[in-house]
Design a protein around this ligand. Sequence first.
Ligand code: ZN
Length: 413
Amino acid sequence: MPHRRPPPSRSVAVGTNPERTRSHNRRVVLETVRQHGLLGRSDIAALTRLTAQAVSNIVAELVEEGFLMEQGRRRTARGQPPMELAVNPDGGMTAGMEIATDHITTVLVDLRGQVREQRRVPLGDVMMEAVWRLAATELAQARAAAGLPKRLLGCGVVMPGPFEVEGMNSVGSSPLPGGAGQDAELRLTEALGTPVTIENDATAAAVGEHLHGLGRNLRHFCQIYFGTGLGLGVIVAGQPYRGAFGNAGEIGHIPVVRDGLACACGQRGCLERYASIHALTETLRAAGIANAGPDAIKRLHAQGHPALLRWIAVAAGLLAPVVAMLENLFDPETVILGGGMPDDVIDALIAAMAPLPISVANRPGRAIARVQRGATGRLTAALGAAALPLLDTMTPKLDRVAVFQDDCTAPAA
Ligand SMILES: [Zn+2]
């Protein structure tokens, strides 16, 4: 639900007043309205520190283009009540696609983050040409559903990382050959007929959490993500931190157990050999439970199955120092645990991590917990993917202001 309370001032993106940075300011205005749900023009001016005139111009433009809508007047005791603005859910959609080794999930999300359509098909042929063709068909089918906004702002595609690293594969998967890099992005853009951004699952999930979930009012957080392996998404100042080659946050292959279990990456004792869905499935298989999916895992947890409880204790024991390390490295507002694991199991992992090692996050009067479960659930990767083009359209890139100085164009229609 939309909400009104401004986040603490340090987490507000601020506009710049000379109109030369107009595109940046458009994003600041859109992002501010998105965060707060409903705002009048003077609220926007106060929050973004833009002049009333600048806000008025930008709002007029965004309303005309269909990104914002007027939602009626607020009730006030006296005077002309202000007209409130909200993001227009029908102003456009973004698509999110998770291309895993055995299936493709597609979601269409409107500008308020509501999922308007979702599809899932098995993926038989992993040759890239066939994958691109199936992806294009899936997107077309999803868009053909009734009552959807026509404007598609872009498609985010999530594939398991790491990208273009020799000899480093995630456990439980073979990466799709030729599935990443600029070339793949270009060819997929051609195949889908809309701008495509490819991202690894953990980073996309963190963006999804930032736009639609727990991270909505946070500008600095880390998200440990149970995906194909174990990943980390880092949001710094409202933007994903990707690293120089898009591989930042590959925490699954940090060795945590000396002479531990052999990993597909060639090392021993990697974190994701113990703390991942694959590791849990393996533990359960050794206990005689084959092919346990999320529902079976949820049931086993409810029954207090000893193999599952043992796994939780081991994984939490290894994750707790990692949480403290992330806090010391990034000084985040919180660390989120999320991904394709049942909520109850994530809660149990968090509980089993206590007491967390001491880190810079030990502060008197902390307002939020050091570790929390993500809010976006099992669709996280695809939702995160759909959030990527939205992030490009709506949120200010504070480090790229100069680049946008002369760019007054509207987001791609
Ligand atoms: Zn490894």
